[in-house]
Design a protein around this ligand. Sequence first.
Ligand code: SF4
Length: 184
Amino acid sequence: MDLKEYRPQLEEVPGLFDRIDGDVPPELAETVLTTTVDMAINWARKNSIWPMAFGLACCAIEMMAVVGPRFDLSRFGAEVFRGSPRQADLMIIAGRVSNKMAPVVQKLYQQMPEPRWVISMGACATSTGVFSNYALIPVNQIIPVDIYVPGCPPRPEQLIYAITLLQKKIESSRGTALKVLNLA
Ligand code: SF4
């Protein structure tokens, strides 16, 4: 036989598959799964986002609607609005940011523990919208923004979609375990 053409059949290699499968007791074979620490932490984080409860203008009415029974944000694990920045990891900028409010928003953001995320909801928060005057400031000039939601006002479904995009971003984070251990 020409050795160059010889390809051993998988079943000819003793123990190739039963080496792994044979070690797992049958009662555990369908109940145990393996993953990485990064993925486990990301999975927990993305399914337990806690937004901060505050609104700056009319967009906040649409933001409030997402926790009602019609839109039911709890389907995505993000319905626990917190009254304190120290218990929140998501800041939703729902409405226009005035120059007078900008330092307050910035301070609230700084009081949130890491990791923290920001959604800019509506045209006013993102670009001062229809007002576009000296009294307002786009929110990304004072804090970093992860997701922008267009519209005036955006519908509650749009905010929910933004939260699902944020979940994808959290899920794909790398180096989470090292950051948790302060090694990165
Ligand atoms: S984007 Fe429209 S709805 Fe939202 S705060 Fe501005 S004016 Fe109000």
